[in-house]
Design a protein around this ligand. Structure first.
Ligand code: C5P
Length: 313
């Protein structure tokens, strides 16, 4: 099962809630940079065996893949053990939701292998227990995420484009980035309808503009509407990220922005050849800094679904 990375087209933080989470409005998008999660049933035992992973995402009981398998095992009373191989390509602590996507892929694979018959909604609500941005990875494509990131509405697909992803050799801790934002405390109950939808999200903010841009289907309009409130913190902590953003634009990207809580910086273009040439140049220019440079394209929801069916056959 392929587990795609996500990027943020927008990230608006509305404030800090009484439960400590931040109320957010985000437009998220899957891209075709993937981890591969291979799941098989073992009828000889009932344990979860996880192999692979990476130094930063070791195959132990703290790994989201393991925790997802344990959750499914408990919820569905699985009669047999499972063996999982995790091939990591998506950088860890990068703002790309790699671990979250591995978790979503693990649940989808187990749902299929054990014919559990869980629909997307059921999987999303179980996965929300393990992390705010995991539910989005069940469906992928282009979606609006509200609440703490777990409440989803599918959106018209973003126009296809290419992304150059540059990950410096350090991570950014999501809780620390949110904390350092010092967002205003929100009253209880929250001053918005319980279910935020594309129709009732706050008018001001990047996401409302992005919804309008997506309706036009214009790549330029999508670029113009991009924005991420968490850049204030992460770019302040790591000024080299500001330089990286400028460099990507200098090299020909139509725009550059940070993904999630960072530190990955994204550069955008709608031409594959240009994306690859910019990636080559940025890799050369940052050779001594140990940055990881990757190229991906946007992955629509239907395309992601087809992939999943293929992998499960
Ligand atoms: O939900 P998840 O476990 O991914 O979140 C990790 C941490 O990031 C939370 O414990 C919280 O500190 C912070 N967070 C937040 N507001 C969000 C999402 C995450 O404050 N909407």
């Amino acid at each position: 099962m392929q587990a795609p990375a996500k990027i943020n087209l927008t990230l608006d933080v509305l404030g800090r809630r009484a439960d400590g989470y931040h109320q957010v409005v985000m437009v998220m998008q899957t891209v075709d940079l993937v981890d591969v999660v291979t799941v098989s049933v073992n009828r000889n035992h009932q344990t979860i065996l996880l192999q692979g992973g990476s130094e930063e995402a070791p195959p132990d009981q703290t790994n989201l893949v393991y925790r997802t398998a344990a959750l499914v095992q408990e919820q569905a009373q699985l009669p047999y053990g499972v063996e999982i191989e995790l091939d990591k390509q998506i950088p860890v602590a990068a703002g790309l939701a790699g671990g979250s996507s591995d978790a979503a892929a693990t649940m989808k694979a187990l749902n299929h292998l054990f014919s559990l018959g869980w629909d997307d909604k059921k999987m999303e609500s179980l996965l929300a227990r393990l992390g705010s941005d995991i539910p989005f990875l069940v469906r992928g494509g282009t979606a609006l995420a509200t609440g703490r990131g777990e409440a989803l509405h599918s959106l018209p697909a973003a126009p296809a484009f290419w992304v150059i992803l540059v990950k410096p050799p350090f991570g950014a801790s999501t809780p620390q980035v949110y904390k350092a934002l010092k967002a205003k405390s929100l009253p209880e109950p929250l001053p918005w309808p319980e279910e935020m939808t594309p129709e009732n999200i706050p008018e001001e903010g990047y996401s409302a503009n992005m919804l309008k841009a997506l309706r036009t289907g214009s790549y330029q309009a999508v670029l113009d509407a991009m924005g991420n409130d968490l850049e204030k913190v992460t770019l302040e902590w790591f000024p080299e990220l500001k330089v990286l953003k400028e460099k990507l634009v200098c090299l020909g990207c139509d725009r550059a922005m940070m993904s999630g809580s960072g530190p990955t910086i994204l550069g955008f273009t709608d031409e594959e050849a240009k994306a690859r040439s910019i990636a080559e140049k940025i890799a050369k220019e940052t050779e001594t800094l140990n940055y990881r440079v990757m190229v991906a394209r946007t992955l629509g929801r239907e395309e992601a679904d087809e992939w999943i069916v293929d992998c499960c056959r």
